[in-house]
Ligand binder design. Structure first.
Ligand SMILES: *Cc1c(COP(=O)(O)O)cnc(C)c1O
Length: 389
């Protein structure tokens, strides 16, 4: 039985085989004890500061502010160690795994960012590490495959199905069910069975906590608009959460619009508007008439995911957050714009969030806007080059 609330409205829950229930209870108990333990807090804070490099800056983007006649601030998660926000969560969950006496960490990865961040945490904690990755993603994100291997992780290729994230998840779940006694499944986003959506969100809240202090220092007030891209939803909920109870802020989550609106051409879960169960949680997800999970497409592998975190489904239904989508082409346009105007190469995922600059042009005028740059784009350069040829 879970101790913490295990749902966000109707969403979330714990739809797993009984084999895993004990392990999930253990994660929850360990988490609750850890966050009250000053030693855990001290160790985590130390790691966030000196290993991850926090706080990440809130950067005033002068040139884009001029072009779009607003005050644009970028939260620079691209400057976090290993190149994205994922490390905030993997360091913290790695410490939990250690506390639970687990010897091995497994994870799945799409873009490879979560795999790299998990491998880095496992390396310094002295834990074994196996990362499941679709062979199509391995091809698209080769530099990250090499980084994981250098960090000592075993990258396990998954060539079933669409050879992308959803198939890697299935394999990782299988591994966990088999090796649950020795192994911690390190979820990379606000997904999966309770307590993962809740603990990953709480570990990512640091983004918004810092941004709040930083924007007050820069502007002396709260922002008007906060935007982030939404794959599973961890960087978005991470920056939104500590602002959510403040009146007058508009929150925008940007999903992957891919290249079309037919099933299989995008990863916009709110476009199809269907709910179901995937990876142990109840949420909006892309499925066919029989409830089978559909393949998705995005130029940004980190957004190429059939389900959205359950808390986002609640924020969508109670209209707290506006969810929109950006196509591959729009994301590439934003990617080039930030690179050439500000000297910052964003991840293609983060470029989706940047598209609000031209898609909400009149709404952002004269406003204070924060966009979360969830990661850096070094990993995407080859894919873009391929697209050009
Ligand atoms: C993984 C990833 C995402 C998507 O994951 P969320 O859980 O939605 O944040 C976005 N941006 C980058 C750079 C990523 O690596």
């Amino acid at each position: 039985m879970s101790i913490l609330p295990n749902r966000f409205g109707a969403f979330g829950g714990r739809y797993v085989s009984e084999t895993l229930v004990h392990a999930l209870d253990d994660v929850e108990k360990t988490y609750l004890l850890a966050i009250k333990d000053p030693l855990f807090k001290k160790e985590l804070n130390h790691l966030l500061k000196d290993f991850v490099g926090r706080p990440t800056p809130l950067y005033y983007a002068k040139n884009l502010s001029k072009i779009f006649k607003c005050k644009l601030y970028l939260k620079r998660e691209d400057l976090a160690h290993t190149g994205a926000h994922k490390i905030n969560n993997t360091v913290a969950q790695g410490l939990l795994a250690k506390r639970m006496g687990k010897k091995r960490i497994i994870a799945e990865t799409g873009a490879g960012q979560h795999g790299v961040a998990t491998a880095a945490a496992a390396a310094f904690l002295g834990l074994e590490c196996a990362i499941y990755m679709g062979t199509e993603d391995m091809r698209r994100q080769k530099p990250n495959v090499l980084r994981m291997r250098i960090l000592g992780a075993d990258v396990i290729p998954v060539s079933s199905g669409s050879k992308t994230l959803k198939d890697a998840i299935n394999e990782a779940m299988r591994d966990w069910t088999k090796n649950v006694r020795t192994t911690h499944y390190l979820f990379g986003s606000v997904l999966g069975p309770h307590p993962f959506p809740l603990i990953v969100r709480n570990f990512q809240r640091i983004i918004g906590k810092e941004a709040k202090k930083q924007i007050i220092k820069c502007e002396g007030r709260m922002p008007d608009i906060i935007a982030a891209c939404v794959g599973g939803g961890s960087n978005a909920i991470g920056i939104f959460y500590d602002f959510l109870n403040i009146k007058g802020i508009k929150f925008i989550g940007v999903e992957a619009g891919g290249y079309g609106i037919k099933l299989g051409e995008h990863a916009s879960r709110f476009l199809q508007n269907k709910k179901g169960i995937f990876q142990g949680t109840y949420s909006y997800l892309l499925q066919d008439k029989c409830g089978q999970i559909q393949t998705t497409h995005s130029i940004a592998p980190g957004l190429d995911y059939p389900a959205i975190g359950p808390e986002h489904s609640l924020l969508y239904e109670n209209k707290k957050v506006k969810y929109t989508r950006a196509t591959d082409n729009e994301a590439v346009k934003a990617f080039r714009l930030l690179s050439s105007s500000e000297g910052i190469i964003p991840a293609l995922e983060s470029a989706h969030a940047l598209t609000i600059l031209f898609k909400f042009k009149s709404e952002i005028k004269n406003k204070v806007v924060i966009i979360n740059i969830s990661g850096r784009g070094d990993k995407d350069i080859e894919a873009l080059d391929e697209q050009n040829r």
